[in-house]
Write a protein that binds this ligand. Structure first.
Ligand code: 3PY
Length: 252
């Protein structure tokens, strides 16, 4: 496979700065020298600067969990792409299902964020995924296709190469349930078809598509063995250095 594996930790609203520092230190010690896998950790905004100082010089990159699409202005509580870049963020998670669900983020808003991130040289990790009701109504492919098209609308092929997609079935997030490797592969292949339709096959073949949703060391090998699964966006298992390191090592 020409695509590199990518293991990214989504720490969500966990860890104070001192706790984040300890976790980042553990990650760097365990996998900071791994050079054949892309690795990122995404702490809360308040820990970005602390974590950046710890991972500096290692192969572990920094990511944020959200951002606003405007450059600056009267948007109380929000953070811009330039602010994240100044803290050396390389990635930003956008459109996570928790933001879609609890903060009512829609594809149109997420698309603005994706464009703003790419324009600021931040790589968006665009999350897509169906709810349990949608899966049971056989709407998985429709939902995931609409979210992918909506999130990437208006991007050029060159810009699309700067995006990572994460397929995270909502019913598998934080529930301990995981899509079987075959179920996940089927959706990843469909996402790649959508990407090929939008940007051409060559570009689609180069875009990393991660699996997220209770990925852990016990199920990583089988998931990563699938043709279109290029890594994982890791929730709970990213909150301990040893389990995160085990996931990175599965991808080595
Ligand atoms: C999870 O695995 O819980 C995630 O939501 C990763 O983003």
């Amino acid at each position: 496979m020409s695509r590199r594996y990518f293991i990214a930790g989504n720490w969500k609203m966990n860890k104070t700065s001192s706790e984040a520092a300890a976790l980042a230190q553990g990650v760097v010690e365990a996998v900071g020298n791994v050079s054949n896998v892309d690795i990122a950790i995404c702490p809360t905004f308040t820990s970005l600067e602390t974590v950046e100082k710890i991972i500096e010089g290692s192969n572990v990159k920094l990511g944020a969990q959200n951002m606003h699409f405007e450059k600056s202005g009267a948007f109380t509580g929000e953070i811009s792409a330039a602010m994240l870049r100044e803290l050396h963020c390389a990635y930003v998670i956008l459109g996570h299902s928790e933001r879609r669900q609890y903060f009512k983020e829609c594809d149109c808003l997420i698309n603005k964020k994706v464009k703003a991130a790419v324009a600021s040289s931040l790589k968006p990790i665009l999350c897509v995924g169906e709810t349990l009701e949608e899966r049971e109504a056989n709407k998985t492919i429709e939902v995931v296709s609409t979210q992918t098209k909506g999130g990437l609308d208006g991007l050029t092929a060159e810009e699309a190469l700067k995006v990572v997609i994460a397929y995270e079935p909502v019913w598998a997030i934080g529930t301990g349930k995981t899509a079987t490797p075959a179920m996940a592969q089927e959706v990843h292949a469909e996402i790649r078809k959508v990407l090929a339709g939008m940007f051409g096959e060559n570009v689609a073949e180069k875009i990393q598509i991660l699996y997220g949703g209770s990925m852990k060391p016990e199920n990583a090998d089988e998931l990563l063995a699938q043709k279109d699964i290029d890594g994982g966006l890791i929730g709970g298992a990213a909150l301990k250095a040893d389990s995160f390191a085990a996931l990175v090592n599965s991808a080595v």
